[in-house]
Write a protein that binds this ligand. Structure first.
Ligand code: CA
Length: 219
């Protein structure tokens, strides 16, 4: 799950990125409204966390500008003040949710999980396919009821494929889902993760579609 975080306060931005990455979100950060608008033309995240108080244009203006083109993108607004006016304006501009700073990180994560479920990629906390059960909330995987250990990236990769079972994901798409900007990534890292996952699941669980990508069959 890829999140674009739009926040000009570097301390908040860095802190949130770290915490959310531990929760298996991939978080990329920009620090102005215009950067956020530009970034969406380059790649569209799964969700956006948008601060209202930005140095150039307000988060609400950003939202108004992007909504016509990106009507489905879930957006959670952040504001420094508990201003009912901001809240109403934000929701009218198309925000899906709203948090007032300072907020509890657990609450932010819970709200993001709700938005994630609304996306429809995750219909419940558990995805069950071919004997493998993946719990997106507890970050646990079991094979025929037995817990199996996966590294953070292996878990994220498996989750990406299971959420989109029946669809093929390219290596590029998977890299974007697993790695934030500027993160060290070797050319064969996806292959290595796939190899490691296959050692822990049935080998045929993930199919290689040569020249295209990888896929998990729908159960
Ligand atoms: Ca701010």
């Amino acid at each position: 799950m890829q999140i674009l975080l739009v926040e000009d306060d570097a301390a908040i931005s860095v802190g949130l990125q770290k915490i959310l990455m531990e929760e298996n979100f991939v978080v990329n950060c920009v620090s102005s409204g215009q950067q956020a608008i530009n970034q969406l033309q380059v790649s569209v995240p799964d969700m956006m966390i948008l601060d209202i108080g930005l140095p150039d244009i307000t988060g609400i203006e950003v939202l108004k500008k992007i909504r016509p083109q990106f009507s489905e993108l879930p957006v959670l607004l952040l504001t420094a003040r508990d201003e009912t006016k901001d809240k109403v304006e934000g929701l009218n501009a198309g925000a899906d949710d709203y948090l007032t700073k300072p907020f509890d990180v657990d609450e932010l994560i819970a709200r993001l999980r709700v938005m994630e479920r609304r996306l429809g990629t995750v219909k419940s906390n558990c995805i069950n396919i071919g004997g493998i059960s993946l719990d997106t909330e507890k970050h646990q995987v079991s094979l025929d009821g037995q817990p199996v250990e996966f590294s953070r990236r292996e878990f994220m990769l498996l989750k990406a494929l299971m959420e989109r079972a029946g669809h093929v994901l390219s290596k590029d798409q998977l890299e974007q889902m697993l790695y934030g900007w500027g993160e060290e990534i070797s050319s064969n890292s996806i292959e290595v993760h796939i190899h490691n996952i296959r050692k822990k699941t049935a080998k045929s669980f993930i199919s290689t579609i040569r020249g295209i990508g990888y896929s998990v069959k729908q159960s």
